[in-house]
Design a protein around this ligand. Structure first.
Ligand code: GCW
Length: 702
């Protein structure tokens, strides 16, 4: 007996250790921001337990099953006890969830007029006193709105907000909020850094991966309502019967979560899989083929969203082969989808430099003349900047130049040019900079966000797309912090006026911890991480200095053997006389594609903001900046500043040891170390290369 005693004490000791460190047990990031860990502060917990005692649901559609499942899972996790689902209010703390049409309780609590004006995806969450009972109602016109409301309600608890006196009304600012997967049918992902494609085409339709449902939950929780399953560098096979059936199986999982599926299509599909000899959009048999194809798709996927098209760009075929325009191609597809309400998203990512030697000008020159020629269900999907998802670009001048065409914004969530899954770079500030830019299209105060949400030009459709960074990695995105970019994309798509700080705080609280000692350092890390990346990669308006092909590290000396505009030297134009791309009136005159006063401000190096200086100007190395510092010295400062910030992020992160679960802590720690090393490489390689010119330059005439 005595011999046994020390073991018991030891066991007890370990049980106590296990209990108190329970919250820090290794996590792998799979749950994303939907962790639903039990609230640990007793006071808060009793507040929530008081306000949540039962879930009142009277509906049973698939979406309502999803709502019920999520609320049960979320609330039982957060509150640490089962919350019963009932069909009528029986006590204080009832959470009444439903639509006006189907739920008699909702009808009693909410006036029809309140919901009438808000639209299909909107919802209200309100604290009420009813029959002397304290209740919370989550109500909407459509089940989908209720689902969004339920996720919002869970978020309130996850971020530890009080639940009394709730009065929330939400409505998405942008209608189509899509992820674009650049996933190939062989399971690889173009510009994917988080493993393989999550779509297991070889197992579909028979075997449906359980991950699809978690994908749907995560997306619905941030309001994403559509997903393009395959790469814009498309393969015709996606339109074969087999693949339509496979996609239908995915669509069945996503549907209850309000997510429609879309395909990227290859323009020559009628020839490749349809046996036709042409893909000319004005040819009757081609039009007929697409109509038939649309019919076939909608038979299997009744809520199919539509087609995304990369045409006549980077080797993809397009209507131009037949002497037809982008509008001819897009309208033919729109006609085929019309009976079913499908949408066409025609990309403006084209740069035929026979049109203009400055790649940044090409899309504008091709697309602006087509404004007004697209069918009403066609979006022109446009990247945020005029080149290609660079760490920083001025906004794409197409925003504000095609008032008769709804422009769908395309952001890149996957970090092709921003350190891939090795660098911690929070991209919301980049997207905000673009969305908040004034195009001056209808006079001062016509923001890019307003062009995108349709209000600037009174469009009835609006859309935004993010190129997905999702893969089969256990944590979905490779870097744990890349999850923040997925999250932020969804939140900004819902409401572009949210601040990047606000979004970061929500995400941190849900993904890491509600402890201010964790929130503050992570906020700090994220806040400056994008600017740091710009600094150590491409400061002051530089762009496309990345290594050829993989686009990860620096290669400022790269010269493409065949295409000038695929060379780094084409973009920075460094020589003994200076550095930068002259896009002023004296140069390519790309400034003329912007409205006044931007055109004028950006045209002069004196007034052009430093962040765009070398985007618009070629300047001598000793060009004196307003601060009195020379351009070359300033460039050096930026590169160093970027690297310093990574050191700061490392310090902040190290301060969190013991406050973050060890699995995720170490993973991020290791990646920060890599980032630091690589940021240093960027600085050293670029400064060494530019220094060859800068430090031999003859001095400017005073
Ligand atoms: O950024 C470039 C990428 C290509 C991509 C292309 C595009 C899908 O390097 O990989 O192709 O843009 O957006 O079409």
């Amino acid at each position: 007996m005595n011999l046994f005693r020390p073991y018991c004490i030891q066991l007890l000791f370990w049980i106590i250790v296990w209990f108190f460190t329970g919250a820090l047990r290794a996590e792998d990031g799979y749950q994303l921001w939907l962790r639903y860990n039990k609230i640990s502060q007793p006071k808060l917990l009793s507040h929530y337990r008081e306000h949540i005692t039962e879930i009142v649901i009277q509906e049973s559609s698939q979406t309502f099953q999803a709502v019920q499942e999520e609320l049960r899972k979320g609330l039982s996790g957060l509150l640490g006890k089962e919350i019963p689902v009932v069909s009528s209010v029986s006590q204080d703390g009832a959470i009444v969830v439903g639509t006006l049409e189907q739920s008699s309780v909702v009808r009693k609590l909410v006036g029809a007029s309140e919901l009438e004006s808000v639209g299909a995806e909107s919802y209200i969450i309100r604290s009420l006193c009813w029959n002397n009972r304290m209740v919370t109602v989550i109500a909407a016109n459509q089940p989908k709105g209720v689902l969004y409301g339920a996720f919002h309600f869970l978020r309130l608890i996850q971020t530890q907000q009080p639940l009394d006196k709730l009065s929330i009304q939400q409505k998405p600012q942008i209608q189509k909020r899509l992820l674009n997967h650049w996933d190939n049918l062989d399971g690889s992902v173009e510009r994917g850094y988080a493993g393989k494609s999550i779509w297991k085409w070889e197992n579909l339709p028979g075997k449906v991966d359980t991950r699809y449902k978690d994908y749907a939950r995560a997306n619905a929780s941030i309001g994403i309502n559509g997903t393009v399953l395959n790469n814009v560098n498309s393969q015709a096979e996606i339109l074969t019967k087999d693949y339509i059936e496979k996609a239908a199986a995915i669509a069945n999982v996503l549907r209850p979560y309000g997510i429609q599926v879309y395909f990227s299509i290859k323009f020559t599909s009628p020839m490749e899989i349809g046996g036709l000899t042409t893909a000319d959009p004005l040819n009757m048999s081609v039009c007929q083929w697409w109509k038939e194809k649309a019919r076939e798709i909608y038979q299997d996927i009744p809520d199919f969203g539509g087609f995304l098209v990369k045409a006549y760009s980077e080797g993809q075929p397009g209507p131009q082969i037949y002497g037809r325009s982008h509008a001819d191609g897009a309208n033919m597809l729109a006609e085929a989808l019309k009976p079913y309400g499908g949408t066409v998203m025609w990309r403006s990512f084209v740069y035929d430099i026979s049109i203009d030697k400055d790649r940044a000008k090409c899309a504008y020159l091709e697309f602006v003349p087509l404004d007004g020629k697209f069918a009403s269900s066609v979006f022109v999907q446009t990247k945020n900047g005029p080149i290609d998802f660079q760490p920083r670009e001025p906004f794409n001048p197409l925003f504000g130049a095609m008032p008769k065409t709804p422009l769908m914004m395309e952001f890149q969530i996957t970090q092709e040019y921003t350190g891939q899954s090795k660098h911690l770079v929070y991209l919301a500030p980049q997207w905000k900079e673009v969305l908040d830019s004034d195009t001056y299209a209808n006079g001062p105060g016509t923001l890019v966000a307003e062009v995108v949400d349709g209000t600037a030009d009174k469009h009835t459709i609006s859309g935004i797309a993010g190129v997905s960074g999702i893969g089969t990695d256990r944590n979905w995105t490779g870097h744990h912090f890349s999850q923040a970019n997925w999250y932020a994309f969804g939140r900004l798509a819902w409401d572009p006026s949210l601040s990047s700080e606000q979004i970061a705080e929500e995400w941190i609280r849900m993904t890491w911890s509600n402890d201010p000692q964790v929130i503050n350092p992570i906020q700090k890390m994220m806040a400056g991480s994008w600017e740091a990346c710009v600094d150590y990669m491409t400061p002051m308006g530089l762009h496309h200095l990345m290594a050829e092909g993989h686009h990860y590290g620096p290669q400022p000396d790269y010269v493409h053997p065949g295409r000038n505009d695929w060379s780094s030297t084409y973009y920075h134009k460094a020589d003994a006389n200076g550095i930068g791309f002259d896009r002023s009136e004296k140069g390519s005159n790309a400034v003329s594609q912007y409205h006044q006063p931007l055109r004028q401000i950006w045209n002069s190096p004196k007034t052009c903001p430093e962040k765009y200086l070398l985007w618009f100007h070629h300047l001598p190395w000793d060009y004196p900046l307003a601060s009195g510092i020379t351009l070359w010295d300033r460039l050096n400062m930026h590169y160093q500043k970027g690297v310093n910030y990574v050191t700061l992020m490392q310090k902040e992160w190290d301060s969190l040891q013991g406050k973050i679960d060890p699995g995720r802590f170490e993973d991020v720690e290791n990646r920060l170390e890599m980032q630091h090393e690589n940021a240093g490489e960027w600085r050293d390689t670029c400064l060494k290369y530019f220094g060859r010119f800068a430090e031999t330059q003859e001095q400017c005439e005073p």
